[in-house]
Design a protein around this ligand. Structure first.
Ligand SMILES: *[C@@H]1O[C@H](CO)[C@@H](O)[C@H](O)[C@H]1NC(C)=O
Ligand SMILES: *[C@@H]1O[C@H](CO)[C@@H](O)[C@H](O)[C@H]1NC(C)=O
Ligand SMILES: *[C@@H]1O[C@H](CO)[C@@H](O)[C@H](O)[C@H]1NC(C)=O
Ligand SMILES: *[C@@H]1O[C@H](CO)[C@@H](O)[C@H](O)[C@H]1NC(C)=O
Length: 488
């Protein structure tokens, strides 16, 4: 019965188009008291923060650690007792890198940066874990990725198959040897300031020899500052991401990843915030204020959802030859056009499903919502694709991937998503309550014919931007708070 009431309350507010009504507040309290959130820290309101950092190269690995920085995994986790922050992760833990041992490290991983980072994340997770319920959880994850790809380095597989160094006429960004490096990482452990604000940050650059204290001209830069008033409100995550000529393609997200198993984009065990994996009946609530967009190539994801299942519908098991990462993203930068159109069906999914579950084929030019789709690309290992089709980049993930990118359009209104370009963009901060479950269960994803439908369980939910190969320095700046994943 309480569950039922909750559904009504959230629904009513969606119909009224507002989220600050009394009913929503009531619903929120219900969620907090009844544990109906899928995340460990519903709405980011817990004083004792759990946040971690991870950096990825082009194919979501490490390859080489940045000198003196350790393995690109770190965490800031503490409990608050009598107005004192009791930190759980030391700076020595955060600096751990290959050759240094820690509890649980395998001998196999000791000198292998890719494996070491995976085990370091599990170790940091063990220090940060909150296990006061039957569903332990670890941290929010700040994820940073460098899009440079040196095809001559042999670091990245092709659709999961090992790939020796090669040359290509394709224009992958890379200034030369070392372009896939990991960044510097500065960390200010969270402090309680005199005015009752708690504050800490991660920042750094890919330009390893730079002094970012002397200005950021021509330099790449990332920063996430977190702040909260002790005893009230939400943690507020302030993000900055800047590209440079040497690093023209960068990504920065705040992720709620699964607390165990394979989250979207990984082929190994990870730690996170989603103690319950949302399927089709869930909403995602958060507040987002975008201050700088990051230029016309910034594919700002109002929300990005990720998962993994095989083309035959089976769940992923870590076999990179058959596992396929699945992503869907709502891009809210109004400068990003729909590449899908009646004359470019190659960029459209084969069909669209309406909220009433009617299927509209992409060649139905009178009815297909072309403007709602930026781009669709299919997994490179799919055997029965409908033509014409665009294949996803085979190198930028440890395994094959499938991506469905959406744009604001009236057809998404039913799910609380933006219906017009510009909504939620600069000057229009909003609190969103998205029926992500309803939408995600109706999105097209490839599956082999006559196989049982994949159970779509979303292992990663995140917000942030991908500044995609810019020809000049661009900067994005945004503030995220109140994030919750609400199970209905
Ligand atoms: C809490 O901190 C205050 C100020 O440092 C101190 O006077 C008090 O004894 C502490 N209380 C407990 C229970 O530790
Ligand atoms: C980045 O972090 C360092 C060290 O915590 C700090 O001194 C600096 O002000 C931060 N921001 C920039 C832009 O360097
Ligand atoms: C930034 O790069 C441009 C183009 O290479 C150069 O003209 C300029 O002097 C550089 N500025 C600084 C502060 O390094
Ligand atoms: C539309 O595409 C479907 C396959 O998806 C095909 O069977 C049908 O003939 C096409 N219709 C037209 C008018 O091209």
């Amino acid at each position: 019965m309480r569950k039922y009431l909750l559904v009504i309350f959230v629904g009513v507010n969606l119909l009224l188009g507002g989220v600050n009504g009394r009913f929503y507040k009531d619903a929120e309290r219900e969620i907090a008291t009844n544990g109906m959130s899928a995340v460990g820290d519903p709405g980011m309101r817990r004083n004792g923060l759990r946040v971690a950092f991870e950096a990825w190269n082009f194919c979501n690995e490490v390859a080489h650690e940045a000198p003196g920085m350790g393995s690109p995994r770190a965490a800031d986790c503490f409990d608050v007792s009598n107005s004192t922050l009791l930190h759980k992760v030391s700076e020595a833990d955060n600096k751990l890198g290959i050759g240094k041992t820690f509890k649980g490290l395998s001998t196999e991983a000791m000198h292998r940066p890719d494996l070491y980072a995976v085990e370091k994340e599990l170790y940091l997770g063990s220090l940060c874990e909150v296990s006061d319920s039957s569903k332990p959880w670890q941290f929010w994850m700040v994820m940073l990725k460098n899009g440079n790809f040196d095809t001559k380095a042999g670091f990245c597989p092709e659709n999961g198959k090992p790939k020796p160094p090669f040359t290509t006429s394709k224009n992958f960004p890379c200034f030369g040897e070392g372009c896939m490096n990991q960044p510097t990482l500065n960390h200010q452990p969270t402090q309680l300031l005199g005015d009752g604000t708690m504050r800490g940050w991660f920042n750094g650059t890919y330009d390893l020899d730079a002094d970012i204290g002397k200005g950021l001209t021509n330099l790449s830069f990332y920063e996430v500052i977190w702040e909260k008033t002790l005893g009230s409100g939400s943690w507020v995550f302030k993000h900055r991401l800047k590209t440079s000529m040497k690093y023209p393609w960068l990504m920065l997200y705040l992720r709620a990843d699964a607390t165990k198993g394979f989250s979207g984009g990984y082929h190994y065990e990870t730690r996170g915030m989603l103690h319950t994996l949302p399927r089709s009946n869930f909403k995602v609530k958060f507040s987002l204020e975008i201050k700088k967009g990051g230029g016309p190539k910034s594919q700002f994801y109002l929300i990005d959802i990720g998962s993994c299942w095989k083309n035959n519908g089976e769940p992923c098991d870590g076999d990179v030859l058959t596992d396929v990462t699945r992503y869907s993203e709502m891009i809210i930068n109004p400068d990003v056009p729909a590449w899908c159109s009646p004359t470019a069906l190659v960029n459209c999914p084969p069909y669209h499903i309406t909220p009433n579950n009617a299927k509209i084929l992409r060649n139905d030019t009178a009815n297909f919502p072309y403007g709602a789709y930026h781009y669709y690309c299919a997994p490179g290992n799919a055997q029965h694709l409908e033509q014409p089709v665009s294949l996803c980049d085979p190198y930028s993930n440890p395994q094959a991937q499938e991506i469905l990118q959406l744009l604001p359009h009236p057809i998404w209104g039913e799910y609380g998503y933006p219906t017009e370009k510009g909504q939620g963009w600069i000057g229009d901060p909003r609190t969103w309550v998205l029926d992500t479950g309803g939408l995600a269960s109706r999105l097209y994803f490839y599956q082999d014919p006559n196989t049982p439908l994949a159970k779509r369980r979303w292992t990663s939910i995140d917000m942030g931007t991908e500044i995609f190969v810019t020809d000049k320095d661009e900067e994005a700046e945004w503030i995220l708070s109140d994030l919750d994943v609400i199970l209905l």
